[in-house]
Design a protein around this ligand. Structure first.
Ligand code: ADP
Ligand code: MG
Length: 233
């Protein structure tokens, strides 16, 4: 995983603890976790060119090492269907981000493919002072924010742990195809948890991983937002 080492080293060299969305997704992809194709556009023209390369519809997000919660900055625009949409979204994102974070250094926007709707789940790693890395799984959106419906296990986990984690969340029925929605590919989600656990177990210098949200489908799943955090030196 030469790629992963390079990305971690680069961040450390710049004294950054938070990897960008693009860097985080590169790391996850190297581990075998599917993420939306995400690229950096430093200018409005670049954003338009990348959008037609990636293929509409696309999503634009603010790219700034000083802004971690992109929606809070008015920095996420989804389902952009053509050049005019992208140009407008670019301008709105820049105006809003500069207003809300006047001191932020802005690299531009990221352009990524718009993922088709799925069941939103979250996965991640947090570090516990006594137990070390802990892996978590939950349903996204209000389920995690309001209901704290999340399962935790100490890393490393085995297949049976991944199964148990998914089974023990209260909202599990949603994954089975609630009210005509397609079910989620639970076996695939288990594999993702195992890959995440193996990676962090082999890479102790990872402090935190936040995959929020992941869209789960009948076949497979895709990470649409990711953030990896390294320890403060
Ligand atoms: P934040 O930094 O605020 O967490 P996100 O990247 O998670 O920003 O984007 C906010 C929301 O926009 C997500 O929760 C998701 O619903 C939607 N979204 C983000 N990226 C995509 C994408 N590639 N395809 C479809 N929806 C997306
Ligand atoms: Mg997010």
């Amino acid at each position: 995983m030469a790629n992963v080492t390079e990305i971690l080293n680069q961040a450390r060299k710049e004294k950054r603890t938070v990897l960008t969305e693009i860097e985080s997704k590169k790391v996850l992809r190297a581990v075998g976790i599917t993420c939306t194709d995400t690229r950096l556009a430093p200018t409005r023209e670049n954003a338009v060119a990348l959008s037609s390369e990636i293929g509409y519809p696309v999503v634009l997000k603010i790219s700034s090492k000083d802004i971690t919660h992109k929606s809070d900055a008015g920095g996420v625009k989804v389902n952009l269907k053509d050049k005019a949409d992208v140009e407008r979204a670019y301008d709105e994102i820049m105006t809003s981000a500069r207003k809300k974070f006047p001191n932020a250094v802005i690299e531009g926007v990221t352009v990524q493919s718009m993922a088709k709707p799925g069941i939103e789940v979250i996965m991640g790693i947090v570090k516990d002072p006594s137990f070390g890395p802990v892996i978590m799984f939950g349903l996204g959106g209000v389920f995690v924010e309001l209901l704290k419906d999340v399962a935790f296990r100490i890393v490393p986990i085995e297949k049976s742990d991944a199964e148990d984690m998914i089974n023990e969340i209260k909202g599990k029925k949603l994954l089975e195809g609630y009210r005509g929605q397609e079910p989620a590919d639970v076996a695939y989600l288990q594999q993702m948890l195992l890959k995440l656990s193996d990676f962090v177990n082999a890479t102790p210098e990872i402090e935190e991983i936040d995959m929020n949200p992941v869209f789960a489908y009948k076949d497979g799943a895709v990470v649409v937002d990711a953030r990896i955090i390294l320890p403060a030196a």
